[in-house]
Design a binder for this molecule. Sequence first.
Ligand code: NAP
Length: 248
Amino acid sequence: MSVGMPISALWPEPSAGPLDDAAIAARYGRADHPHLRVNFVSSIDGAVAVDGYSAGLSGEPDKRVFGLLRMLCDGLVVAAGTLRHEGYRAVRLDERRRAWRREHGLAEYPTLVVVSGSLDLDPAQAAFADAPVRPVVLTRAGAAAPPGLTDVADVVPCGDERVDLPAGLAELRRRGLDQLLSEGGPLLFGALTAADLVDEVCLTVAPLLAGPGPGRITAGEASPVRHLPLRHVLAASDGVLMLRYARD
Ligand SMILES: NC(=O)c1ccc[n+]([C@@H]2O[C@H](COP(=O)([O-])OP(=O)(O)OC[C@H]3O[C@@H](n4cnc5c(N)ncnc54)[C@H](OP(=O)(O)O)[C@@H]3O)[C@@H](O)[C@H]2O)c1
């Protein structure tokens, strides 16, 4: 498997040297029960974006782990805000990662899941139009789909006033999507936290001070403070840290 900028384990046990993709993937793994993993990148001072985009925080090590987390999941959950703003493209994996999935009895690609209350979505966006697997859109009852959306995605109402996330996740699991990866954004993360649905947080800390201005990786409604135990610390040779926190 590929070796880019070296990534080593620091904690709980330092690795003897750089980890290859297989070793990194093994450290994240798949749970043996339904599981929601959330992945974000942030600056040292907690910024969710630089100049409005996460790209300003992300380098090669983060992208490598980002791709491996996609390889490991059944469903890739993203909020409509991030899908629109970041111009999400179709979820593609290279042949090595598709082969890994086949060897592990998984579908060749994860299913993209979009959370949108408004259904203000563009069916021509590549995330839908070029998707290798038909995406699922979780929405609320009464939301009107724009023309063409139901041609390219399964639109699933759950909840009346807003998207009912526990009901939405139950529907995904009914479809066999047990291992879920959420790539955000902050409002969705805040809502998942408030509903106590977050089993794991993978956080890349970029060695940058972004200064005041950008928001945090979480937003929206308040929720009780919860403890999430640290499970591992990986470090890239450029000083990027990759932290994994998960509940028991
Ligand atoms: N640093 C990182 O790792 C990272 C990751 C992702 C995003 N970002 C950044 O985050 C920013 C985008 O964030 P955002 O403010 O647009 O938030 P967001 O969480 O990406 O999107 C919010 C949207 O999600 C939909 N939604 C539907 N039901 C929801 C529910 N129950 N709870 C929460 N959201 C629900 C709504 O879409 P409708 O309007 O369609 O109803 C809502 O407007 C961008 O700057 C992006 O670059 C950074």
